[in-house]
Design a binder for this molecule. Structure first.
Ligand code: MG
Length: 441
């Protein structure tokens, strides 16, 4: 039975205007995330990562589950970054510790991505467990520079791994046997940039309460410059696996405090007296996990793709729009490219449009001729009442004047020599008619 007690503190520092760090303590799960990117991106990334971690680890509270939870947090932050232009490029570090069971015994699982750190304070000695994923640290590991040069190197803040910047991430995992008196420290680089390991160790060695220790560490980092957000979680192992004699006294409290750490049936405490400092070093995320997340991500994208308008749909809509546009203008052109003559209140009027009205254009009156139905041949009157279609205004006018001329000619036939009519008509064989007209006045 392992019992943990923790405290945490965070501070914006003296230079930054917002705090993009985030810490959580849930009794069995502890984490620090240091967000980065854009005005709000860092805060969003840290919040998304921590919330996803908490939910995913709750569903599978094991060392493997913790690793998978970090990978899922990466997916969630990355997809939010892709989907939101304002959040593009955001990311976060993540270091987390969880009390889990491995082969029937309690283990502290530690995971890390980025340059936030996890330390273990054990028997008066502070040891950094996690490895920074920074350019300077990689240069130190490859022997290009020394560890002390890496600590002040200008590239020490350039991360080689973070959550949310790519669709996949490798997660380092350690499994540590907890023993009573151990203290674990999770912190953002705002602490380690300002305080040396010896200064941190001094606080952990002298301040027994984890909350007070966390507060003091943050205050010390502020005093030493506070150039970044500072976040600290201190976790104390108040009862370890090898504290058999203490179990009856605290068992009830422990079960309530972190139910995930209960012993499996059939496990005797005598099996667990072997204390192993570090059960495992960093384990990269296994391929099968990647496959599972890749499949899940693919399914999510496919679902999203079904909801979105595709290029093909856009093309189809554009063609449909062009056809509708063309049809509209064709019909309107047909409606407006015509005139007609119609008798209204016995007067012949010329209209622009189609007799009876078009589909998209209502005819309008363009000329009152002043000519009445009495001025035109009677046989044309029914047509004029219905309306006579012409191709142009000129054609409509010509039609009207033609009717007037026809009526006049008809009158002359009936009354030769009348005013305006020819007096005689002479037709010579093989020639056109020659007429003379009686002048008026
Ligand atoms: Mg930071």
């Amino acid at each position: 039975m392992t019992l943990l007690r923790s405290g945490s503190a965070t501070d914006t520092g003296l230079v930054r205007s917002v705090n993009q760090d985030l810490a959580i303590e849930t009794g069995t799960l502890f984490a620090v995330a240091d967000g980065m990117g854009g005005h709000a991106g860092g805060e969003v990334a840290a919040r998304l990562a921590v919330d996803t971690l908490t939910i995913a680890f709750g569903a599978k509270p094991t060392g493997t589950g913790l690793c998978e939870a970090v990978s899922e947090a990466n997916t969630v932050v990355y997809e939010h970054s892709i989907d939101n232009a304002d959040l593009r490029g955001m990311g976060t570090t993540m270091t987390a510790a969880a009390l889990v069971q491995e082969s029937g015994r309690d283990v502290i699982a530690l995971v890390n991505v980025g340059d936030s750190r996890s330390y273990r304070y054990h028997e008066g000695e502070l040891t950094q467990i996690t490895v920074d994923h920074s350019l300077a640290e990689e240069m130190a590991r490859s022997g290009e520079i020394t560890e002390s040069e890496a600590a002040v190197h200008p590239h020490r803040h350039i991360l080689t791994r973070a959550l949310g910047v790519a669709d996949e991430v490798n997660v380092d995992l350690w499994k540590i046997q907890p023993t009573r008196g151990d203290r674990f420290l999770l912190c953002s680089d705002g602490l380690t940039n300002e305080l040396a390991d010896t200064q941190i160790a001094e606080v952990l060695a002298t301040v027994p309460d984890p909350q007070v220790a966390a507060d003091l560490l943050v205050r010390a980092a502020r005093t030493h410059g506070g150039s970044d957000n500072i976040t600290v979680v201190v976790i104390d192992v108040v009862l370890g696996e090898d504290d058999e004699e203490d179990v009856p006294a605290v068992a009830a409290v422990a079960a309530d405090f972190h139910s995930a750490a209960t012993m499996p049936p059939g496990t005797s405490r005598s099996d667990l007296d072997e204390s192993v400092e570090v059960l495992a070093g960093p384990e990269p995320l296994k391929p099968k996990w990647r496959d599972r997340y890749r499949a899940r991500r693919k399914a999510r994208r496919a679902a999203r793709g079904r909801r979105l308008i595709t290029v093909r749909t856009l093309l189809f809509l554009a063609i449909l729009g062009a056809i509708a546009f063309g049809a509209f203008y064709a019909v309107r052109w047909y409606d407006t490219n015509a005139y007609y003559v119609q008798a209204a209140n016995n007067e012949l009027i010329i209209y622009h449009g189609r007799v009876g009205g078009g589909v998209l254009y209502k005819p309008i009156e363009v000329q009152r001729t002043g000519i009445t139905t009495a001025d035109v041949p009677s046989y044309t009157r029914p047509q004029l009442v219905a309306g006579v279609q012409e191709d142009s205004l000129k054609a409509a006018q010509t039609y009207v004047y033609g009717l007037v001329a026809a009526q006049h000619q008809s009158a002359c036939v009936q009354t030769p020599g009348a005013v305006g009519c020819p007096s005689t008509t002479t037709t010579l064989p093989g020639s056109v008619a020659v007429t003379t007209t009686t002048k008026v006045g």
